[in-house]
Design a protein around this ligand. Structure first.
Ligand code: PHE
Length: 355
């Protein structure tokens, strides 16, 4: 019995994995195992012999079972220890940069401008981009023969053959939204109309699609002085610095009198700085809404008057963020993208050779 004990204890100590332990358990304690076999011999013994051998055999059985369990546990501990050492994770490592989308610069600037005018009591109005020639031209006092129609490089849609109505146009400015809003809501009115406009024009400072914001304020006693104050305040808020404006006499068919508005700026090494220096830069068109336009929109010009202005969002965005070429918006100028934190640019494997 002692031999048996020593042999099994030795084998158990050498067992290298769980399968080996199980194998030994079956060999010693299984139904046909060696120790189970010895237990069976107890039945054929004399009572005295059984009394002597019984407890010994039971103790042996318990000892072997305990040794098996202990070895099994220590093998499991060792396996866990090994995993812990090979599979460790440094939770203090910085995370990998995630690619993130971000708002388009034009949308951002539009939101900035809309927020400034919202503070002054202007609400947002919108209109269609495919517009009738009535809203885009006639209602704004631009009749069919008017040179302004040719100047605006209008995109026309096609009518079906035999349909002789004037074709629709891609709106050339946001001014038709003035008419639609006055028709719908009457006066008094104070609105700001951001949106896309289209002209057949393409060079460093012009793209066939660009963005404007129209402003309109109609009341019983609104004057050009209000216009000047509103523009100076809003442009100063937009550029984050006091911006002086200069009104130059001009002509728009839908305003009388009309003024083009310049802002104070300086040029240094080809870059422009707004709000300082003795140069001037044109940023928008404006004027007092023409009585004919009020009438066309169903408003009594004897009772109401007011101002309107239209400015290019792209131009203002370029000035604020120092982009020299308008096409940057369409050809993804990297300075723009960086300015707005496009993470993809900073992942080396995604960076183009030319960067
Ligand atoms: N609609 C004019 C343009 O696109 C701008 C403008 C708007 C001028 C309102 C005066 C009043 O050039």
């Amino acid at each position: 019995m002692d031999d048996l004990r020593d042999r099994y204890l030795g084998l158990i100590a050498e067992a290298g994995d769980e399968a080996g332990i199980e194998d030994l358990r079956v060999r010693a304690l299984g139904k046909k195992g060696e120790i189970s076999g010895l237990m069976k011999t107890l039945g054929g013994m004399s009572p005295e012999e059984r009394q002597e051998k019984g407890p010994k055999l039971n103790a042996l059985k318990t000892e072997i079972a305990d040794a098996l369990a202990a070895r099994k546990a220590s093998l499991a501990d060792a396996a866990l220890e090994k995993r812990l050492q090979t599979e460790w994770l440094d939770v203090t490592l910085p995370t990998r940069p995630a690619r993130q989308g971000s708002i388009h610069p034009i949308s951002q600037v539009t939101e900035e401008i809309v927020a400034i005018f919202a503070d002054m009591g202007f609400s947002v109005a919108e209109g269609p981009q495919v517009e009738s020639d009535w809203y885009n031209f006639d209602a704004l006092n631009i009749p069919g023969h008017h040179p302004a129609r040719a100047e605006m490089d209008t995109f026309y849609t096609h009518r079906a053959p035999g349909d002789n109505r004037p074709p629709h146009v891609l709106r050339t400015h946001t001014s038709p939204v003035q008419i639609r809003s006055m028709e719908a809501n009457g006066a008094p009115i104070r609105i700001i109309c951001p949106g896309r406009v289209y002209r057949a024009d393409y060079d460093q400072t012009h793209t066939p699609m660009f963005h404007q914001i129209e402003g309109l304020a109609i009341g019983t006693d609104i004057t050009m002085a209000h216009l000047k104050w509103v523009l100076e305040e809003s442009l100063s808020a937009f550029f984050g610095t006091k911006v002086k404006t200069r009104f130059r006499a001009s002509h728009f068919p839908f305003t009388e009198p009309s003024a083009e508005v310049d802002i104070q700026c300086s040029w240094q090494d080809g870059t422009v700085k707004v709000g300082e220096g003795d140069d001037w830069l044109e940023v928008l068109g404006s004027g007092m809404v023409h009585p004919k336009v009020l009438k066309n929109a169903g408003i009594d010009p004897e009772k109401y008057q007011g101002f309107a202005f239209g400015m290019g969002i792209d131009r203002l965005a370029m000035l604020k963020y120092g982009i020299p070429d308008l096409r940057a918006f369409f050809e993804s100028d990297l300075r723009w993208l960086r300015h707005y934190g496009f993470a993809a640019l900073d992942v080396p494997t995604l960076r183009a050779e030319t960067v």
